[in-house]
Design a protein. Structure first.
Length: 295
């Protein structure tokens, strides 16, 4: 039996890199596929996704090794870091979406970096204003980078971040994920959603998650999406996923404080030091999770 890393899935066809020979192999998944849990006896059926280590034979995947972690959107396993790609314009920057994405990744306890794209579209004042607000995220522990793939600004600083890791680029459709990859390494030639000049019509967008080799690691280009729901969230996921509030919560009077209208709440006492939109988004997500629980 051979071991391979799943790079890409297209219509039931798996592109695998053999971990011993480094050969690229096309495989199908066996009908009686199993998820091998190394740590316990529990065995469940699972479909392989990009980032999975699989055992295969004669171009058939027979089992999937235990995952270190896994995201559904984007669909990828064994991720070392998620690089959030947010355009400052086209589409407009949204703090609600940023807090939403961060929360979903924090739930899986995966490292996060934030990359702002298309800074060529902002005036100096607009960019300074955005940087000023986003400095809050740097303060609480997320590195923020400012780039333009179009005029090749801020790209070189990103390159060392990908060494030896499986990194996933995540963010809205049109944020510039594929363009950023092409700027990092022009050999990629990832399709971007420019109107095709040759054909004079149609749009190219990324349809599947695909791991691309880079600097002893992999970068995953992924299809975008515009929002993420909270259907499988508990209130505790919210409270722990807002890492800045979680740190402050040890100072709240009640250990189960929701930071909404409890007395002696250390989060509310610190609102002067918290980005306003961040607390507002917390309240919105709280309401949404509560509402989901009613059904
Ligand atoms: N002005 C400007 N446009 C960009 C930049 N990066 C990407 N775009 C444009 O944004 C659109 C979406 O880019 P794409 O890479 O396909 O986004 P993706 O859906 O996140 O992969 C394309 O028309 C790109 O040409 C940038 O740095 N500046
Ligand atoms: Mg794309
Ligand atoms: Zn509190």
């Amino acid at each position: 039996m051979n071991k391979g890393l799943v790079l890409k899935i297209t219509g039931g066809n798996y592109t695998i890199k053999d971990l011993e020979t480094n050969d690229i192999i096309m495989a199908k998944a066996s009908g009686k596929l199993r998820y091998v849990r190394v740590a316990s006896d529990k065995i469940i059926t699972v479909s392989p996704k990009a980032g999975d280590i699989v055992n295969y034979e004669n171009n058939y995947i027979l089992s999937v090794n235990e995952r270190k972690n896994s995201l559904r959107r984007p669909d990828c396993a064994n991720i070392d870091q998620v690089v959030l790609i947010f355009s400052c314009k086209e589409p407009d920057f949204s703090f609600n979406l940023l807090d939403n994405f961060i929360l979903h990744i924090e739930k899986e306890k995966i490292n996060i970096k934030i990359v702002i794209t298309k800074i060529d579209l902002l005036s100096k004042n607009e960019l300074d204003d955005l940087k000023n607000k986003l400095s809050y995220y740097e303060k609480i522990g997320y590195n923020v980078y400012y780039t333009s793939s179009k005029v090749n600004n801020g790209i070189d600083v990103l390159k060392p971040l990908f060494e030896n890791k499986i990194s996933v680029l995540s963010g809205q459709t049109g944020a510039g994920k594929s363009s950023l990859l092409n700027a990092i390494d022009p050999n990629y030639k990832q399709e971007t959603n420019e109107i095709s000049r040759a054909l004079g019509r149609g749009k190219h967008t990324t349809r599947t998650t695909e791991l691309l080799e880079y600097d002893n690691g992999y970068i995953a280009d992924t299809p975008g999406f515009s929002s993420l729901d909270f259907l499988d969230f508990e209130i505790d996921d919210l409270k722990e996923g807002f890492i800045d509030f979680y740190k402050l919560s040890s100072g709240c009077r009640y250990s189960d404080c929701n930071h909404i209208n409890e007395p002696d709440c250390n989060v509310k006492n610190n609102l002067d030091n918290i980005l306003k939109s961040r607390y507002e988004n917390y309240l919105k997500f709280y309401d949404e999770i509560k509402k989901n629980k009613k059904y």
